[in-house]
Design a protein around this ligand. Sequence first.
Ligand SMILES: [Zn+2]
Ligand SMILES: [Zn+2]
Length: 300
Amino acid sequence: MDPLPGATGRPGRLHAAVSYAARGWQVFVLGCTKRPVANCEPCAAAGPDHDREACLCLTCHGFYAATVDPDRITAMFAAVPDGLLAIRTGAVSGLTVVDIDPRNGGEFDRALMNPTTTVTTPGGGWHLYYAHPGRSLPGKLHGREGVDIKTDGGLVVAPPSTPAGAARGYRWTSQPRPVNEMAPRLLEACQVRSGLPVPAGTGSARTSSATAVGAGAISHPDALLAATLAAVDRAPQGRRRVTLYGAARGLARMVAADALSTLDAVAALTAAGQRNQQTPRDIRGAIKGGFEAEGLLSPV
Ligand SMILES: [Zn+2]
Ligand SMILES: [Zn+2]
């Protein structure tokens, strides 16, 4: 692996951004205070049907603008010269970052967190860059104050950015390491959610939506999925929205238990909503509400 770039200043950020993109990490710019760059007027005025993922604007919608295209990256830094370089985490970049913030009580637990590519943060903390495990994870490390998990639907500010007012910036640690997979013990700890079963068979990416999971988890995911979707199909007019929302919560729990992929859940819910003539807006609202109610990041 090439050494990770360290030069500071705007040329350093641009150079770093292009080199990250060459690794497949999707990059974008944030304002100098870590806030998202403001949306353009049409995007700011757009309703919930506006497709942020498909929007072609250079810097609108935060991490939805992230790209691996060097020309777009160059244009982003020209448009926001003092912008901070950020990476969209999750499957899109193949990255899951464990974010340890000692200001909130976070501790670097070397017994749990196996060595990997590491960034030191302006707040005296660490970003541990791991390979995305191929499954959704909750946003917090359960039972650990000050440790967040930045994965699907997340972002990290990346070196060599220095936020306005910070005494120092984000820096790669001097010891170059590859981006490793999470050790099974760490992945298992990351998957713990309050009130939800811990799936068995941790440590490898799942391969099929029909994967059987261990005792205490979902034993017949295909049957559960079929029954959930059948309830949507049977829902009478007037009950359709609430039934789709309930189905979204049920499928979100299956995603949480690693019995179903997020993509499959969204596809199944969208198709079910379309079969009973719900609007794209209502379908997205049901999916978003259902996932968030189960403590997951909205996939839409
Ligand atoms: Zn725009
Ligand atoms: Zn837009």
